[in-house]
Write a protein that binds this ligand. Structure first.
Ligand code: SAM
Length: 211
């Protein structure tokens, strides 16, 4: 927890992008969602991808630990959210966005009932030991039939200290084996990343359906 607060307070947020994610733009339509449906964005930071999802006529529910990240998202979008405490969490609302600040692992089941979820730099930000609990939270905060777009990185873990933590095909299959269907949409080699001391690194996009 302290780790993420430090990253935000020192503006050490190298994961943040000023452009929309390529996989999101390319593959979102393959989830076949209706307009107006609600998309959960776990570990959302201040991601601009939430704005892209809003442009597709979705409402967005982001989950984020660090209040500075949540405030930056609204400040930078020149929005003035309503703020409400819900137990140990704080809900910031400014339609179409709701960001719930606090620890995802202590969010009460069914606080959110999303139709879909988008995971970029969320599951890979978490150490392997808590990934099962993370998948349980996805299950608790989505409806039956919900679909997700998951983006992963896979590389030899011993060659770099996480986060991000490598998430291989077999990990995805295993973690989502109970009550989900997994389809890999695309897998690419990341040549630029390999130059930074990794012997190999790939990135994949998955469509995951909660059955
Ligand atoms: C690597 S960043 C990715 C942010 C965003 N998904 C993006 O693509 O820009 C991971 C984010 O998860 C947040 N985070 C870490 N642990 C969390 C937790 N237990 N509950 C909620 N958010 C958490 C961090 O503060 C950080 O903003």
């Amino acid at each position: 927890m302290e780790f993420w607060h430090n990253r935000w307070s020192t503006n050490n947020i190298g994961w943040h992008r000023s452009e929309f994610n390529d996989f999101l733009v390319k593959h979102w339509t393959s989830l076949s969602l209706e307009p107006k449906t609600e998309v959960l964005v776990p570990l959302c930071g201040k991601s601009l991808d939430m704005a892209w999802l809003a442009q597709q006529d979705h409402s967005i529910v982001g989950l984020e630990l660090v209040d500075q990240a949540v405030k930056s998202f609204f400040d930078e979008g020149e929005m003035d959210p309503q703020i409400e405490t819900i137990g140990a969490h704080v809900r910031y609302s400014c339609p179409p966005y709701t960001l719930i600040q606090g620890d995802i692992f202590t969010l009460r089941a069914e606080t959110v009932q999303a139709d879909a979820w988008y995971d970029r730099a969320a599951m890979i930000a978490l150490p392997p030991a808590v990934r099962e609990a993370y998948v349980e939270q996805i299950r608790h905060q989505t409806k039956t039939g919900a679909v997700g777009l998951l983006i992963t990185y896979a590389y030899p873990q011993h060659e770099r200290q996480g986060p991000p933590f490598a998430l291989h095909d077999e990990d995805v299959e295993r973690l989502f084996s109970n009550g989900f269907e997994v389809e890999r949409l695309e897998n690419i080699e990341l040549e630029d990343e390999r130059d930074r001391g990794l012997s190999s690194i790939t990135s994949s996009a998955y469509k995951i359906t909660r059955v």
